[in-house]
Write a protein that binds this ligand. Structure first.
Ligand SMILES: Nc1ncnc2c1ncn2[C@@H]1O[C@H](COP(=O)(O)OP(=O)(O)OP(=O)(O)O)[C@@H](O)[C@H]1O
Ligand SMILES: [Mg+2]
Length: 376
């Protein structure tokens, strides 16, 4: 199946020699909800603007619906872009804001009225047609911006950080609205950017982790969470305990890694050759850790001191101190919470199959594994 958007070795250089996209390869399919996630400045907005045609690219190829976009202007691309700041026209009422794109396409007014009213109904904005942007709430303005982008029924809807600048409750509501709308309309791929992993993970059919103008990994959220290719991906998606280590021994399916908190066993990395002596990141997700008072017969067991809890409502994070003052985090459902005593000893254990040994820090050249782990 060919992608609705096909991107090959795409390069974008801004004035002043800022290389914002360093050779992006990506394919996004019809009806997909695709999320671009990465830290501030990694190139998410640049990539969206390049797809939309607001920015030209310097090298590589971009196809939409199989057509080369090199010399195709933004308005002919069958794409809508909802910008970070919504950019509603302040002097136009809600109806005219939403109708704008259709009028640009020279549709007749009867048809425009039908399409606008349909889209306003879809976004629960009926009754607000005559209001101006400064006469509606922030959440309503955001929905008007989405209505304006959706009304032309584009092949690709680009959403740049649609969930920033609003409070948490509104974020949740808008995220589920986006998901509902994505389910209700067909033929449109959604591409959304965020640096918030909770939104990213919960919305995405597939996602790409970006870093410094490159893509670290593309996949289903659970695939990236469970099988990260790089340490950067592992740490950007979900919570994780990371220990700096060196591979000491290699078995058929497992490796033993020497770390500050002892010898730890994990599943063998895919990379295969010359593993012994490699400096690696050893990772274990907090929900995979079992806590006991007496120690269990587990493949990995570390004696720790309990320090404190972070409460998150339905779950808590328990923070422990392992040897050499290394912190380990474990997550526990609140209904199952034991009565921890500060400074008491506990055994933290996990199976080798739940842990990963990761060799590559990042796809970005020159990233040092220790610098990444210790945050230098
Ligand atoms: N007009 C511009 N001129 C020069 N450099 C730019 C320009 N716009 C962006 N950049 C640079 O390009 C890089 C990528 O920027 P971009 O806005 O795409 O990042 P982002 O991932 O969207 O970040 P954020 O999460 O903060 O929105 C950054 O280093 C940024 O400083
Ligand atoms: Mg941005």
């Amino acid at each position: 199946m060919a992608g609705i958007v096909e991107i090959k070795r795409l390069v974008k250089r801004y004035k002043g020699n800022v290389l914002a996209l360093k050779g992006i390869d990506l394919e996004i399919y019809r009806d997909e909800f695709f999320v671009l996630m990465g830290p501030s400045g990694c190139g998410k907005s640049t990539l969206l603007k390049t797809i939309a045609g607001i920015l030209d690219y310097d090298d590589g190829e971009l196809y939409i619906n199989g057509k080369d976009m090199k010399n195709v202007p933004a308005y002919k691309r069958d794409i809508s872009l909802m910008l970070e700041n919504y950019a509603l026209f302040p002097h136009m009422n809600v109806f005219d804001n939403v109708a704008f794109g259709l009028r640009m396409l020279d549709k007749d007014e009867e048809e425009i009225k039908k399409d606008v009213m349909e889209t306003l109904a879809l976004l629960e904005l009926k009754g607000l047609e005559k209001r101006f942007p400064n006469e509606i709430s922030g959440g309503q303005r955001q929905r008007v911006a989405l209505a304006r982008a959706l009304v032309i029924r584009p092949s690709v809807l680009l959403l740049d950080e649609p969930l920033s600048h609003i409070d948490y409750r509104l974020q949740r509501r808008f995220a589920s609205l986006l998901k509902d709308i994505h389910r209700q309309i067909s033929g449109t791929a959604f591409i959304l950017t965020t640096h918030d992993q909770h939104h990213g993970l919960s919305l995405a059919d597939r996602m790409a982790i970006m870093n410094s103008g490159l893509i670290e990994q593309v996949g289903h959220p659970e695939e990236i969470y469970n099988e990260p290719h790089t340490l950067f991906s592992a740490r950007f998606v979900g919570e994780v305990n990371t220990f700096m280590g060196e591979i000491q021994e290699v078995g058929a399916d497992s490796v033993w890694v020497k770390t500050d908190i002892g010898y730890l066993k994990s599943r063998k990395p895919n990379a295969a050759d010359n593993l012994v002596g490699r400096r690696v990141g050893y990772i274990i997700r907090p929900e995979k850790i079992k806590i006991s008072k007496t120690g269990e017969n587990a493949e990995n067991s570390v004696k720790c001191i309990f320090e404190y809890l972070n409460y998150f409502g339905h779950y808590v994070e328990a923070i422990f101190r392992a040897p050499h003052n290394v912190r380990i985090k474990s997550t526990i459902p609140t209904y199952n919470l034991p009565n921890f005593k500060v400074e008491d000893e506990y055994w933290l254990s996990w199976s080798a199959n739940d842990a990963r040994t990761i060799i590559k820090p990042s796809v970005v050249e020159g990233v040092d594994i220790e610098d990444l782990i210790y945050g230098r």
